[in-house]
Ligand binder design. Structure first.
Ligand code: 9GP
Length: 825
């Protein structure tokens, strides 16, 4: 960014000298230390405080303007917000990064080292949570009134360590020593009821009413994280709820000698916001997880209603015109019966009117087709935790089946039982997916192919009932964090080439295509890639003690560890390559470094076995002198947003190799391509649209398509055919049974082989292996053509405009939320 531009963007004009003085002021008067003895943490805290002076000012201006104009707002309900670090991001978005850098340099502090002091705010598992973080960045940047609502987890996603190659989980204490980017708002505390029983009685008018007598009240304490839009004009809020006991300490019990019991309720209530469930694909945790969901939805709805009533008192007629609520997966679906409860039981509203408001208010995004992620709670659990909500769900269901379903399919009980919110069976279950669809105004998937499958395979009858309800919004990522901030050298080159307006209008990058064949530009672009690779080699050395050569191909697979994402297909290919090298050490091969980053859910045994296997193969390969360093494998521990920011700019190859039909979208694929990595991928999720945008000659596509996967499964897939039919597959699989990679411990890796053979290879790795291996050869051939590769990399950066999260948000605005932007004075 030009100096003039930066000054213009900065909120209030500030020079590096003034910023420096502000840092020193905070060091002294906010943190009680001085420049001679301040720790690195203190410097970071003081810099953040200096930065926050701008943030809070804009935050209150934004809130004041939104209140005065009584704007319609979207409320993004999500159990996960994977925010990462905020210092660098906020400085960039305020246009203060260069100012702060200079100020710190004068103080003899390197800004890049300073921002490493910040713990990641890892309040999410992976794609779904990071998408939410990109979305709130875009909403603020686009000056749209919006609030993110979630949980203020004391511990975010676990910190991953490796011990002899095994994943070990350690607690993540992201705010143990405080976090400068959040403010507690005790003035907006909410009381949330749970448990208890429901009494049916007559009111004074003789009408039957329901009264819920809760068994416990939990206090919800809000923490606000300011969300700074690019240019700093709008600063929205992410409001996260912390659970506290209502009776902080039971003096009566304490005084009668029950020291531990006096704390019991306290501990139980506070457990609710203690941990993020480290699993994005299952409904783990049962009772606590359901309470977490209800707790944050109930707090958030009360908060919304409190705000609404300030302008509209008890007149509910404008509610759905003012309030849009987006449900991020089924996790917040309980908000639907909660709003019904508030309207019918508390506001005494007629059912039909309340239901109309509900349906106009909520919309639901589906992020996966995996059945285990479509939550179901037992009726028994609901009865215990949320007895009144269960009654409301029964009533929603009865009306839906008797009127809407019966009108369309008269007397068809099979359809009724499929569409019912209640699943009959040996244990009756509440289907949150069906509740979400029935109670929402719109339902969207997150990439074209995924949204089509949501309609055809997941909810076909609902789609027949309400065709207009289903839509698509392809995911996107913010170019502010995922190019401008994480890849400063490339950003500067882009600024110089096409101007500095691209962070808010990514389509401008399209102009880079004119330079795709320009030798000078290619060199500049590839030199930056090389420098980023050099920087990553240092991180790799620090984290794994492995030396890698930055002139090798850096081939990166970063995402949660899951069978459908097929890190083990990547592993099979690595082992095959290794075997080919052992058989022919002089084999012509461009040296390659395979780099992984992934956490496995602690209870997911096979995923953890795959991590172990990759680490063991890495040990062997990296130390085998026979292969002359042509192949290296590294698994970087504790993959998280801040590590991704270091890995992505250094990637040559992006591994997007899920079984077709399983990855709803993917967003890592977008970040890597934007930074010039060439995708090797299946026709799955957003890969399909990426290939369309950047051109099929600039990606490598392999493997079965969605239809071929279905056909193969239908005809009866037999992995043994591939085992016996392909000598290389057999040899590699048999290797797992030996102690070649685990000296003295044969069989330690056998579970992987078993998953492919006896386990039936549910994600068709063996069926796709040959095609994947051919794809990898194509990658290598492309890489050998230096000019062709540079051209492809540049075109990837140039043509990723569609995958800007601003475009996704615009689609949500047009297709679902009908929001208007609001300029803050
Ligand atoms: O698995 C999907 C991933 O493909 C998608 O990009 C992301 C954001 O839409 O959501 C993930 N889904 C989940 O994490 C759980 O549904």
């Amino acid at each position: 960014m030009t100096k003039a531009k930066e000054t213009e963007m900065a909120i209030g004009k500030i020079t590096p000298k003034q910023f420096k003085e502000s840092i020193i002021k905070h060091l002294n008067s906010t943190f009680g230390t001085d420049i001679n003895k301040a720790s690195k943490k203190a410097w970071w805290n003081a810099t953040s405080a200096a930065l926050n002076e701008f943030v809070y000012d804009r935050l209150s201006q934004t809130q004041k303007t939104h209140f005065e104009k009584d704007t319609r707002a979207v409320h993004y309900f999500s159990l996960e917000f994977l925010m990462g670090r905020l210092t660098g991001n906020n400085l960039h978005n305020l246009g203060l990064f260069e100012t702060a850098k200079k100020a710190l340099t004068e103080l003899d502090i390197d800004i890049n080292t300073l921002v490493d002091e910040e713990e990641d705010m890892a309040l999410g598992n992976g794609g779904l949570g990071r998408l939410a973080a990109c979305f709130i960045d875009s909403l603020a940047t686009m000056e749209l009134p919006a609030i993110g609502y979630g949980i203020h987890y004391e511990h975010g996603l676990f910190r991953q360590e490796f011990k002899d190659g095994h994943q070990i989980e350690r607690p993540d204490s992201w705010r143990e020593y405080g976090n400068p980017f959040e403010i507690r708002r005790p003035e907006s505390i909410q009381d949330i009821p749970v448990y208890g029983y429901v009494e049916t009685k007559f009111n004074d008018a003789g009408k039957v009413v329901k009264e819920w007598h809760p068994g416990r009240i939990i206090k919800g304490v809000p923490w606000d994280v300011p969300v700074v839009g690019y240019s700093g004009k709008t600063v929205n809020v992410l409001r996260l709820w912390e659970s506290r006991a209502t009776n902080f300490f039971n003096w009566d019990v304490f005084n009668s000698g029950g020291y531990h019991d006096a704390h019991k309720e306290n501990v139980e209530s506070e457990t609710i916001s203690k941990v993020l469930y480290p699993n994005d694909e299952t409904d783990a945790g049962k009772e606590l997880r359901l309470i977490q969901q209800y707790f944050f939805c109930a707090c958030s709805l009360k908060d919304i209603i409190r705000r609404y009533k300030r302008a509209h008192a008890d007149d509910w007629s404008n509610f759905s015109a003012q309030v849009a609520v987006q449900l991020n997966d089924t996790h917040p679906a309980i908000a639907i019966p909660e709003l019904m409860r508030i309207l019918v039981d508390r506001a005494d509203m007629d059912w039909d009117q309340a239901w109309k408001i509900c349906r106009e208010t909520f919309s639901y995004t589906n992020h996966t087709l995996l059945p285990e992620a479509l939550e179901k709670w037992s009726v028994r659990l609901f009865e215990k935790v949320l007895p009144r909500h269960l009654e409301i769900i029964y009533e929603i269901n009865r009306r839906f089946l008797e009127s809407e379903v019966d009108a369309k399919w008269p007397g068809d009980n099979a359809i009724k039982s499929k569409l019912s919110i209640i699943e009959e069976g040996h244990e009756r279950m509440v289907r949150m997916g069906n509740l979400s669809v029935i109670g929402s105004n719109k339902v969207n998937g997150v990439a074209e192919v995924h949204s089509a499958l949501v309609k055809s395979d997941l909810f076909p009858e609902f789609n027949a009932l309400w065709t207009d309800k289903f839509t698509n919004v392809t995911n996107g990522v913010t170019p502010r964090r995922w190019l401008k901030a994480c890849n400063p050298a490339l950003s500067k080159l882009i600024d110089k080439t096409v101007g500095d307006q691209w962070p808010t209008n990514q389509e401008i990058l399209r102009d880079l295509d004119k330079k795709a064949d320009d030798a000078k530009f290619q060199k500049a672009y590839m030199d930056i890639k090389h420098e980023n690779k050099v920087a990553l080699t240092k991180v790799i050395k620090e984290l794994t003690d492995v030396d890698v050569d930055p002139s090798a191909i850096f081939d990166i697979q970063i995402k949660r560890l899951h069978e459908y994402k097929r890190q083990h297909l990547n592993l099979l290919h690595i082992m095959a390559l290794y075997r080919r090298l052992l058989q022919n050490p002089t084999m012509d091969m461009v040296p390659r470094v395979f780099i992984f980053g992934a956490k496995a859910a602690p209870g997911y045994k096979l995923a953890k076995d795959i991590i172990y296997a990759i680490n063991k193969v890495a040990d062997k390969v990296n130390n085998d002198e026979r292969i002359g360093g042509k192949l290296k494998v590294v698994f970087l521990p504790n993959y998280r947003v801040s590590l991704a920011e270091k890995m992505i700019p250094a990637a040559d190859v992006s591994e997007q190799i899920s079984t077709a039909g399983k990855e709803a979208s993917g967003t890592g694929n977008m970040k890597l391509a934007l930074n010039g990595a060439i995708t090797i991928g299946t026709l799955d999720g957003a890969n399909i649209e990426i290939a369309e945008e950047v051109g099929e000659e600039n990606v490598v596509i392999f493997g079965l398509t969605v239809d071929e996967v279905k056909a193969l499964k239908k005809q009866g897939y037999n992995p043994w055919d591939y085992y016996y039919g392909n000598e290389e597959i057999k040899a590699v699989l048999d290797w797992f049974d030996t102690d070649y990679f685990t000296p003295g411990k044969p069989g330690e890796l056998s579970s992987i082989k078993n998953s492919f053979l006896d386990g039936g290879d549910p994600y068709l790795c063996l069926a796709d292996f040959e095609s994947y291996s051919e794809g990898q050869k194509e990658i290598e051939a492309k890489y050998k053509d230096k000019k062709g590769w540079a051209r492809s990399a540049i075109l990837n950066t140039a043509y990723m405009g569609k995958f800007n999260s601003d475009r996704s948000i615009q689609d949500y605005v047009d297709r679902i939320w009908k929001l208007k932007s609001c300029t803050v004075k």
